[in-house]
Design a protein around this ligand. Structure first.
Ligand code: NOJ
Length: 548
């Protein structure tokens, strides 16, 4: 399988990708049908979010059985066929391992609930006053992180939904069970893993109130996290496979350790700091325009420090938890094409492994749901109520959801302009934006200048040029917040990348001289001429290459 440093990874959210059996819900056979399309993007790996048996309270991140396929999505045979057919096309499957918690419907939790001491020790149960949770920690989906079980007279910890109970990684039996899950899927031919919120698995020895925040500082990158990861990787022999950890509220130093090959933990990390630059006072549910200065600083720090210390970033804008980037930092109307391509350019030429989330390559936009009844996501529904309680009116709360809800990225993949966008024959489980009439695969296949074809080109460039895979990085136009610019350098090659983050023309503070460079890619039809650049058009990207 391809070296992860030279690879691009495509993310699929199966429920919304392609419905092969007409029940309005995407499925595994739907993914199989679309493998040639995925291959046509030039990607090396496919990460699919979970399709294991689950009550789907959090769309599969609440796993009831790690080794069985949810019949709603297909069968084990379908999954085996998916792995084999992807491999025939030179692509590897990465499965999503949700090891911080299980569904409360998982057999282990059910046994714990019945009072079985052995299984109670699989989770984090605490004694305490039924009126007062053991700590004041908050669930990431709103409300207390603790739930009281009257029959046991104990509380259990759930950092996410009440139906997602946190596992006790201090218990060696839990760690063995989870290793067994990895071995099971490895044997089936899976080529890599994505580990869900894996930096939350190590809880502190003492559980205490957080007087400064919601508790996250006690369990993010917790005390035994590096030991636990090393053990998991060594005992399952996955150090040669591609692995990515989703790191929640993490630090740079920890991510260096997680991803430095000498540590034998993971290949790379997702961090989310750059996706909080439009959170007012750090609050996801308060809208603000993106702070480009901060965005640039974050990329610069993470890129340069990871390079210096031999760590590796997963680089991305989009996933199933984030709003669509073209709506968020671009202009989905006037400069839809230009801004979507510019944002892709920013990410794909960085040092790190780029991820594309289904539909991002088409410039899919936020879903534009207008009523709370159109939302499906547990977090969105909870926070809608919280926002109303805290004083927003319905219109204001809906505006926040319209920008921040995870359902913005979970609307069905837009395959064509037909009824239900070619996703399904029947009404999908979640609504489809009207813009599928022109934002869809079929239309973009016909247009040589489409966002889709631009993504294909970017993916190809990474394969073609060692400087994109392995070059060092240096940031330019550092003092100009609206310009995101960097150089990549590798003996014999220099890549120059300049992007205008805004919808206005920008005069470069310093003229860009590019004698001896060739034009590699850009998002305006006219290739630049001459050998200097002074002005960038709205959302313009220019990429130049010099062979020394
Ligand atoms: C991160 C996943 O990406 C998200 O969708 C999920 O809700 C939480 N982890 C909890 O598993």
């Amino acid at each position: 399988m391809a070296d992860f440093r030279a690879s691009t990874i495509y993310q699929i959210y199966p429920k919304s990708f392609c419905d092969s059996n007409g029940d309005g819900i995407g499925d595994i056979r739907g993914i199989i049908e679309k493998l040639d399309y995925i291959k046509s993007l030039g990607v090396d790996y496919i990460w699919s979010t979970p399709f294991f048996v689950s009550p789907l309270n959090d769309n599969g991140y609440d796993v009831e059985d790690y080794k069985k396929i949810n019949p709603l999505f297909g069968t084990m045979k379908d999954v085996e066929e998916l792995i084999a057919k992807a491999e025939e096309r030179g692509m590897g499957l990465m499965f999503d391992m949700v090891f911080n918690h299980t569904s409360t419907r998982h057999e282990w939790f059910q046994k714990a609930l019945s009072g079985d001491k052995e299984y109670m020790d699989y989770y984090i149960f605490k004694d305490g006053d039924p009126e007062k949770p053991p700590t004041n920690w908050q669930s990431k989906f709103g409300g207390s992180a603790w739930e009281y079980v009257t029959s046991l007279k104990k509380w259990y910890l759930h950092l996410f939904d009440v139906t997602q109970a946190d596992l006790n990684w201090e218990n060696p039996k839990v760690r063995e069970e989870l290793k067994d899950v990895i071995r099971f899927w490895k044997k089936k031919g899976v080529k890599g893993f994505r580990f869900d919120v894996v930096n939350l698995i190590s809880k502190p020895d003492v559980f205490e109130d957080d007087t400064l925040g919601d508790g996250r500082r006690f369990y993010s990158d917790g005390p035994h996290i590096h030991e636990f990861l090393k053990e998991l990787v060594a005992d399952t022999g996955i150090d040669e496979m591609v692995t990515v950890g989703e790191m929640s509220s993490t630090t740079l130093d920890n991510c260096i350790r997680y991803s430095n090959p000498d540590e034998k933990e993971l290949s790379m990390c997702f961090n989310f700091h750059h996706l909080k630059v439009d959170y007012k006072d750090g609050n996801k549910w308060e809208l603000m325009n993106p702070d480009y200065r901060k965005l640039k600083e974050l990329f610069e720090t993470w890129q340069t420090k990871m390079e210096q210390k031999n760590g590796w970033n997963a680089v991305f804008w989009c996933n199933h938890d984030q709003p669509r980037i073209v709506s968020r930092m671009g202009d989905e109307k006037k400069y839809w094409k230009e801004s979507a391509k510019m944002l892709a350019t920013c990410i794909h030429l960085l040092r790190g492994t780029p991820y594309i989330f289904q539909g991002e390559e088409l410039g899919m936009t936020n879903a534009g749901y207008g009523d709370i009844s159109e939302y499906r996501d547990v977090e969105s529904i909870n926070y809608y109520q919280i926002m109303l309680k805290e004083g927003k009116n319905e219109e204001e709360a809906l505006e926040v959801l319209g920008n921040r809800s995870r359902d913005n990225s979970r609307s069905p993949m837009q395959w064509n302009s037909g009824k239900y966008a070619g996703f399904s024959e029947s009404e999908p489980w979640i609504g489809i934006p009207d813009n599928h009439k022109y934002i869809n695969v079929a239309a973009e296949e016909q247009d040589s200048d489409s966002i889709l074809n631009y993504y294909r080109k970017l993916v190809r460039l990474r394969k073609q040029y060692a400087v994109i895979q392995n070059g060092t990085i240096e940031f330019i136009y550092r003092e100009q917040p609206e310009v995101f610019g960097y150089k990549r350098l590798l003996k014999g090659q220099e890549l120059l990348v300049v992007n205008n983050l805004t919808g206005s023309e920008v005069v470069l503070q310093e003229i860009l001289h590019f004698e001896g460079y060739e034009y590699l890619i850009g998002n305006y039809p006219q290739e630049i001429s001459g050998d200097t650049l002074k002005v960038l058009k709205p959302y313009e990207s220019v990429v130049l290459l010099k062979r020394i």
